[in-house]
Write a protein that binds this ligand. Structure first.
Ligand SMILES: C[S@@+](CC[C@H](N)C(=O)[O-])C[C@H]1O[C@@H](n2cnc3c(N)ncnc32)[C@H](O)[C@@H]1O
Length: 223
């Protein structure tokens, strides 16, 4: 049964290869540093233009990235997600819209710098990233030190990080970590449901239905 499910997933992944830039399997860990860097692609080669690039890390089923790409045809989007059975759903839906400005990467966020060059991204979205427990797994949080160091490399000089979360502890951790690691938080609020231009993510819709406050911040590299 498991073999059949895997085969079915492999077929689905194959069918979305025009929009899925790379799928990182266990073989990634056997690659040398040089081989990992050889995976790098330039945004111009991917999209055929020099439009600004926005990344979403941990995109789930891609609702936010798809809606953003539809609303902003002059922005390029790359949405990445570590789970192949989840990202494939987004890829399948996106194909139906024939979007030239959206691609997906089935990779772990911590490896983004092997796939994309320095200073390529004007914005990084962290939408409802897993709030891993602070005591035991703080370094897995997408706003912990090592991730922020990587974002500094990926972002343009005026690039920004936009985070949304329902988890107050994670939000407070993020603000502290950003400032400790050379970022300036220039916006910090509870996001109203009808905030102009807000694109609601899959998890945001679930949390809003439960009546939970949604915390939102914007940060940039401190001058
Ligand atoms: C709570 S979901 C949020 C999905 C989506 N952003 C939303 O707002 O609806 C978090 C997603 O991040 C993914 N994720 C967690 N850690 C990751 C990592 N290190 N690299 C890539 N994806 C990751 C999970 O697999 C999951 O799909």
């Amino acid at each position: 049964m498991r073999m059949r499910l895997k085969k079915h997933l492999d077929e689905r992944i194959e069918n979305v290869s025009s929009i899925l830039l790379h799928q990182e399997g266990d073989e990634f860990f056997t690659k040398s540093e040089e081989e990992r860097h050889a995976l790098l692609k330039l945004p111009q080669d991917i999209f055929g233009n020099n439009h600004p690039l926005y990344l979403e890390l941990g995109c789930g089923k891609g609702t936010f990235a798809i809606q953003s790409a539809i609303a902003n045809p002059d922005i390029n989007y790359i949405a990445l997600e570590k789970l192949s059975n989840v990202i494939v759903v987004g890829c399948e839906e996106a194909l139906g819209y024939h979007l030239n400005n959206l691609r997906f990467l089935n990779i772990r966020a911590e490896n983004t710098h092997y796939h994309l060059p320095p200073k390529c991204a004007q914005r990084i979205y962290l939408n409802f990233s897993c709030p891993f427990p602070k005591k035991t797994y703080a370094n897995r949080r997408l706003t912990s030190k090592n991730f922020l160091s990587m974002y500094k490399v990926l972002l343009t000089d005026d690039g920004e990080i936009w985070q949304k979360t329902d988890n107050k502890d994670f939000f407070d951790f993020s603000k502290e970590s950003l400032v400790e690691n050379g970022f300036e938080v220039f916006d910090d609020m509870i996001l109203p449901a009808d905030y102009p231009g807000n694109i609601v993510t899959e998890y945001e819709a679930k949390f809003r239905e439960l009546g939970k406050p949604i915390y939102c911040l914007k940060a940039r590299i401190a001058k």
